[in-house]
Design a protein around this ligand. Structure first.
Ligand code: GLP
Length: 243
């Protein structure tokens, strides 16, 4: 594990963008694993900025998103499809054919095959070169909640109360927040060649300490990153206050 500690969120977003840009320059047809949530927003803004300056090309990039709420249409403002298009894809020259985000509207009886295909598609593209991760306050990665299997693949999962509470801030009405999601599994995530985990703020300090210094345990899904060969944690000072 490598650590980059930054003084604030702004610097964290800059460092993350520097690493993503380096990856794309080294391998213009990189396969990127992308995350949503508030933490990677600054990273995406920086990527858009650098793209507008003309110094980076996304034409050959392929992306796989970690997860999507089950039951939300891509046009729904709370969906991760909408998030990605609004914050990144519509602002860069990525080929829409190269964008993969789990479908939140897939019918239950087609889910199994759909999820197997998502995994197959990742493999077909040669695997994920660089996976960006945020972190749930309960240590979840994607929507892999505490207690889930380290060998898990892409599938439908139930969200925990902690996640529903934490993420309901994005929904006008808590009751309409989906209770399920389609997420890459922990195995899918840890098969990425490189991983960058971003965490900012005091509310992540406790879980960062557990993930980085604690036991590798399914109770803290992010602790599995201790076993990954090429993970960089980019953390701001508030997020490391308990380390
Ligand atoms: C959601 C996503 C996670 C993300 C988490 C943290 O639950 N499924 O992938 O890491 O939010 O969000 P934030 O960055 O807003 O704290």
């Amino acid at each position: 594990m490598r650590f980059i500690i930054t003084k604030n969120y702004q610097e964290l977003s800059q460092k993350a963008a520097d690493l993503v840009i380096k990856q794309i320059k080294q391998k213009p047809n990189s396969v990127l694993g992308l995350a949503t949530g508030s933490t990677p927003l600054g990273l995406y803004q920086n990527l858009v900025k650098v793209y507008k300056q003309g110094s980076i090309d996304f034409k050959k990039i392929t992306t796989f998103n970690l997860d999507e709420y089950y039951g939300l249409a891509p046009t729904d403002k709370q969906s991760y499809h909408y998030f990605m298009w609004h914050n990144l894809f519509s602002k860069i020259n990525i080929n829409p054919k190269n964008i993969f985000i789990p479908d939140g509207l897939i019918k239950k009886n087609q889910l199994k095959i759909y999820c197997q295909n998502y995994e197959r598609e990742i493999k077909k593209h040669g695997g994920i070169d660089l996976q960006i991760l945020g972190l749930g306050q309960n240590g979840h990665l994607g929507f892999n909640e505490p207690g889930f299997n380290f060998n898990s693949k892409t599938r439908l999962v139930n969200l925990t109360k902690t996640t529903i509470l934490a993420n309901s801030r994005f929904f006008n009405n808590k009751k309409i927040m989906p209770r399920q999601a389609v997420t890459m599994g922990l195995k899918t995530i840890t098969q990425a060649k490189k991983i960058i985990l971003l965490a900012s703020g005091e509310n992540k300090a406790k879980v960062i300490a557990l993930a980085v210094k604690g036991q590798v345990t399914a109770k803290v899904p992010a602790s599995i990153l201790q076993k990954h060969k090429n993970t960089t944690f980019i953390l701001d000072q508030k997020a490391v206050s308990l380390l």
